[in-house]
Design a protein around this ligand. Structure first.
Ligand code: ACO
Length: 427
């Protein structure tokens, strides 16, 4: 058996033999298929990248039809149960989990980067009180680029790692400052004796008490949510990160661009959209009517469906369990009943079953965030903080890839051929 694909071009009657590597063919190999010497050659056409691999990666393994997600080979369920977010960041960056010493050195290294330049505060104060937190987050992350000109040296691996640590350390500080600014509250400096999520909750919620101590169940719940959101291979925002970074832009502006891609309601903005939807439905008895509008194509059921998962999203299963643990502490969010009724009907309804539409990670996460006191507009920022780890891991991998190229897709041009501008075109 040979690892090749034979293609017959019926326009010319010619046969072509194309190599198969790792089960794929190279789109570039199609260029040899021409109708004549002047022909540019054949391209593959794939709007939305439904079936195009853009890179070789060794970070996240996703089997959508089986509902499997693994970081560096470790199942997401085991990481959520036994690991911490910072250890998962180490895993994504370095390829394996840290031992005890490596884990504490890593935590110390990252907490050295939690402060942000004092000037950032005046920058943040320039936003309106009702500015959307994602707009504030994206702009502030991009602004960090101006404080760290060394970040432009993206070809140096030590420089890359330093910027990655800065970003992991600073994103919770930026998110909490944005929140406090919107509420007119004073900024709270990071407390490096606290855990990553404990410190974040401290910066969000501390008032006049000398020391804020988050409830351990909530601190751990947020850490698990961060683990679940840390990476998800070549999704819309990660592809945006790779696209921007392929021009060798610095990682601060690249992460800002990736976060902008995350903001949309079809991607990370779905967690906010789900809560809006659940509030609009309001009570269980209105669910069936709402679902009919989704089936008629008038609406989309937010938090349902996924480009890659054609089975239950394994993260959604974990989030649902975490929600119950959080509600034990915060009290039950009544909208969970509406969400569960939506899920129950969808899993039985032929429209959703035949299209393989299952709850995704965003379906239940907003209910937890709301129970923990986060404002709805901040939900996507809570996704962006952990996903920064994935964007950076993918970026560092990309920068070392021997096949590194600037991203520059082709197009299928079907517009007019050459024509001339009439002298009197304005008359
Ligand atoms: N509600 C109702 N119908 C849906 C939904 C939904 N949420 N999602 C897909 N469909 C239907 C489509 O109408 C289409 O039906 P048709 O074949 O009759 O035309 C079919 O299912 C396939 O849908 P596509 O849009 O082609 O699927 P695609 O892979 O392009 O989209 C996406 C995936 C964007 C996630 C989509 O499912 C969606 O809009 N979901 C709601 C938003 C959401 O929750 N996004 C978060 C995704 S997870 C994440 O990014 C972290």
């Amino acid at each position: 058996m040979s690892d090749t694909l034979t293609i017959k071009d019926n326009r010319t009657g010619k046969d072509y033999e194309i190599d198969i590597v790792d089960g794929n063919i190279s789109a570039k190999d199609l260029r040899q298929i021409k109708i004549n010497q002047g022909d540019f050659g054949m391209m593959s056409y794939d709007p939305g990248f439904m079936n195009t691999a853009n890179c070789t990666s060794r970070i996240t393994d996703l089997h959508g039809s089986e509902g499997i997600l693994r970081y560096r080979g470790y199942p997401i369920e085991q990481l959520a149960e036994k690991s911490t977010f910072l250890d998962v960041v180490y895993l994504l960056f370095n390829g394996d989990l840290p031992n005890r010493q490596e884990s504490s050195d890593w935590e110390e290294r990252l907490t050295h980067h939690t402060m942000i330049h004092e000037k950032t505060k005046s920058f943040l104060k320039g936003f309106n009180y009702d500015a959307h937190p994602m707009g504030v987050f994206i702009s502030t992350v991009a602004a960090l680029s101006t404080f760290y000109p060394d970040a432009r040296n993206v070809d140096d691996p030590d420089v890359r790692l330093l910027q990655a640590c800065r970003l992991i350390g600073k994103t919770p500080t930026i998110a909490s400052y944005a929140y406090r600014n919107s509420r007119g509250l004073p900024f709270i400096y990071p407390d490096n004796d606290l855990s990553y999520t404990g410190n974040f909750l401290n910066m969000m919620y501390r008032m006049v008490e000398p020391r804020y101590q988050a409830h351990p169940v909530l601190e751990r719940a947020l850490d698990i949510l961060f683990i679940l959101h840390a990476d998800h291979e070549q999704n819309c925002s990660t592809s945006a990160m790779r696209n921007i970074a392929s021009s060798k832009a610095d990682p601060f502006v690249s992460v800002a661009g990736a976060a902008a891609a995350l903001y949309g309601p079809s991607h990370g903005g779905a967690n906010e959209a789900v809560l809006n939807m659940l509030k609009e439905i309001g009570t269980k008895d209105k669910v069936a009517d709402y679902m009919n509008r989704c089936k008629d194509g008038e609406l989309r059921l937010m938090g349902f469906g996924h480009r890659v998962y054609k089975n239950y999203d394994p993260r959604a299963r974990i989030v649902k369990k975490v929600a119950e643990e959080v509600f034990e502490v915060t009290g039950r969010n009544p909208l969970i009943d509406v969400a569960m009724e939506l899920e129950r009907i969808a899993l039985e309804d032929d429209y959703f079953v035949s299209r393989k539409l299952y709850p995704n990670v965003d379906f239940y996460s907003g209910l937890i965030y709301e129970a923990m006191g986060f404002p709805m507009e901040a939900f996507t920022v809570l996704f962006a903080i952990p996903r920064t780890a994935g964007w950076l891991a993918q970026w560092m991998e990309q920068m070392e890839d021997p096949e590194f190229r600037i991203a520059r897709p082709r197009q299928n041009y079907q517009g007019p051929g050459e024509r001339h501008v009439p002298d009197d075109y304005k008359s």
